[in-house]
Ligand binder design. Structure first.
Ligand code: ZN
Length: 204
């Protein structure tokens, strides 16, 4: 404690944010106290409101202020199509692309035995229950193309390998490949291999 326990506590609290170390936390705290009091008060209110009011949607697990989120309540969305993503930021990226009109399931993570994250921790049973009960025809596995993301996608696909309620659910995976506008010479070998495997007829 150099001069104020309240400042120390603010700095320590800010360090819970990802990528924020001691120096950055100090800079943020001093900024709020020195020049950003109204912003700081708004931040405090927003934090308190979000921490008590934001819950997980009972259908898709995304953040929501209500038991079911706005996307799941939207009658325009195709509920027979479910896109499985790892995080709300993945969902936002897909929404901002603007083409997808189906629904979602947000895992809030991926399988990671080394970190003790199993199927129950990411809501796999809730997802499977939804697929069985709500007539889902296609499950798009949009987990990240990382080791954990691939393992999670394969685990979900394995759990749905047998017909669900007498019908086979189509399981698809997002294509991995060359970025639009990219040049082959700059693409890494792993991505290029995936792009080759995922090639399709020119007419599509
Ligand atoms: Zn929802």
């Amino acid at each position: 404690m150099l001069f104020s326990p309240l400042v120390d506590e603010l700095v320590e609290s800010l360090r819970c944010l990802p990528g924020v170390g001691q120096k950055t936390a100090q800079r943020m705290a001093f900024h709020l106290l020195e020049k950003g009091r109204s912003g700081g008060e708004r931040l405090a209110d927003a934090l308190a409101g979000a921490m008590t009011g934001v819950r997980r949607c009972e259908t898709c697990q995304n953040f929501s202020d209500t038991p079911t989120c706005g996307l799941c309540q939207d009658p325009e969305r195709n509920t027979g199509l479910v896109c499985v993503v790892e995080s709300p930021s993945d969902l936002l990226a897909i929404e901002q692309a603007g083409d997808y009109r189906g629904s979602y399931f947000v895992l809030m993570g991926h399988l990671s035995p080394i970190d003790g994250v199993g199927p129950a921790d990411i809501g796999i049973d809730l997802l499977l229950k939804r697929v069985r009960q709500e007539g889902v025809s296609e499950l798009i596995l949009a987990t990240n193309p990382t080791v954990e993301g691939e393992a999670t996608a394969h685990y979900i696909a394995d759990r749905l390998a047998d017909p669900v309620g007498g019908r086979q659910v189509l399981i698809t995976r997002l294509a991995h490949g060359i970025p639009v506008g990219g040049e082959l010479g700059y693409v890494d070998g792993f991505t290029l291999t995936h792009a080759f495997r995922g090639r399709k007829p020119l007419a599509e």
